[in-house]
Design a protein around this ligand. Structure first.
Ligand code: UD1
Length: 424
């Protein structure tokens, strides 16, 4: 397992290009299974989660190949509804593919899904949506078994605007018989993106990105070429890195339209922030102002996926603040590690109380999940002296060459293999 060796205290200087959104690519891979013809996804970055998702498609009889910086997915040969247990348990987004697989084979069987270690992550809303479309679901010996010859459009109201359940339902309803209306749908930009992809394939989806989505099922979908949206969470991570460390960063390939919640909260800490089309320029002193209160919430609220990176900023801000998590209430695994670096952070229930300290000090810390790992990386880059961050494989799930991008901004971060580190 790899780790980062980080010498903190440097400011950012340079330009970083944002990749295509992990949270679009995963459901688009799932949707391409429902399409069942060749789909070409352009400008496809290397995230270990998307690699796992592609391997699941392959293990079930589909094909993919990388060419010209993109990935061609051809799920026409999908031959089973039986999900490979080891791969399925590695990644929670695999559950987003249930509806697509059932639409092709009339059947799906899985162990329960995996994913980042951020508390209990049930799948009841996914099951509710599939049941509404006529899928019979049973739990047998820790496995989920789903059956349906032909899904039928239906009205449904989600008890919570789950991102994955909305995507699962949109994909399945695209090829169901009749009309589906999803109320209390999640509104994340990545949902609108998957709907755009499916509409390019001949689906009839309207309202994606709003709380009510209407889908008129079509008999079949056809393959397409598609360029997914940029990763707003990666852009937010680099924005927060600059607020925390200070310096000047040009963030290209992503505009501010989908990250205004972060901009609103951090703008006063940035000396200057401009944006034009798909570029954001930020210049900051690296002395963050007090952030009194942040409450994460489904889009357009403050993204839970930027919670730990924000905690890193608040840990050295000028004053105290509260960070409340409403999407994944126990997403604070990183807090004890932040304390190791000298942060004054106390977690009570679903809130973290943070008193900004003058400085952090380098130490040895462990990432337990993807975004927690990103937050700890930023904290180590701020901390004075040398830090070692273990668990880099979690970060690889959703950032492509994170350390290379940070180094290109003039920061001192190196990736090393365990055994090599011992020799240093
Ligand atoms: C997606 C994102 C993830 C982000 C999250 C919230 C992808 C690949 N991942 O995850 O990066 O952090 O949205 O913005 O897009 N829940 C249930 N039952 C369900 C489904 C969800 O109780 O059937 C709960 C979850 O445990 C969680 C909350 O609903 O507490 C939100 O989950 P959801 O929106 O489904 O997140 P994901 O789609 O898994």
């Amino acid at each position: 397992m790899d780790k980062y060796i980080i010498n903190g205290g440097n400011k950012t200087s340079g330009s970083v290009r944002i990749d295509r959104a992990k949270n679009s690519l995963l459901p688009i891979i799932a949707a391409s299974v429902a399409v069942g013809e060749k789909c070409f996804i352009e400008d496809f970055p290397h995230y270990s989660d998307t690699e796992t998702m592609l391997e699941i498609v392959r293990a079930m009889g589909g094909k993919y190949r990388k060419k010209n910086g993109g990935v061609e997915i051809d799920a026409s040969g999908l031959s089973t509804g039986f999900f490979p247990p080891k791969l399925f348990s590695k990644i929670r987004a695999s559950v987003f593919m249930l509806g697509a697989v059932i639409s092709r084979t009339g059947y799906a069987e899985t162990v329960l899904p995996g994913g980042c270690n951020i508390g209990a992550r049930p799948v009841d809303i996914h099951i509710y949506a599939l049941n509404r479309l006529g899928v019979e679901t049973k739990e047998e010996n820790g496995r989920l078994v789903c059956r349906c010859e032909k899904m039928k459009g239906a009205d449904m109201e989600l008890p919570f605007p789950s991102v994955g359940a909305t995507e699962n339902a949109v994909i399945a309803a695209s090829v169901a018989e009749g009309t589906t209306v999803i109320k209390n749908a999640a509104r994340e930009p990545e949902i609108a993106d998957v709907a755009r992809f499916l509409n390019n394939c001949g689906a009839k989806i309207s309202g994606a990105g709003s709380p009510i989505i209407t889908i008129e099922g079509v008999k079949r979908l056809k393959g397409t070429d598609y360029l997914p949206v940029p990763d707003r969470i990666e852009a937010g991570t680099f924005l927060l890195a600059t607020v925390l460390l200070g310096g000047e960063t040009e963030i290209t390939g992503c505009g501010i339209q989908n990250i205004s919640a972060i901009i609103n909260k951090t703008e006063h800490s940035a000396c200057k922030l401009y944006s034009f089309n798909d570029k954001i320029y930020i210049k900051a002193k690296g002395m963050p102002e007090r952030i009194r209160k942040i409450v994460t919430a489904p889009y357009p609220g403050y993204p839970t996926d930027l919670q730990s990176q924000t905690a890193a900023v608040m840990s050295v801000a000028n004053g105290s603040g509260v960070l409340t998590e409403t999407v994944f209430p126990s997403r604070f695994g990183y807090a004890s590690q932040l304390k190791t670096l000298g942060a004054d952070i106390t977690v009570k229930g679903n809130s973290a109380y943070i008193n900004g300290v003058k400085s952090l000090a380098g130490g040895e810390v462990y990432a337990e999940d993807l975004r927690g790992g990103a937050g700890l990386t930023l904290a180590c880059l701020k901390a004075e002296g040398r830090s070692v961050l273990h668990g880099v494989e979690h970060i690889d799930r959703g950032y492509d060459r994170f350390e290379e991008k940070l180094s290109a901004l003039g920061l001192d971060i190196k990736r090393v293999k365990n055994q090599i580190t011992r020799e240093l």
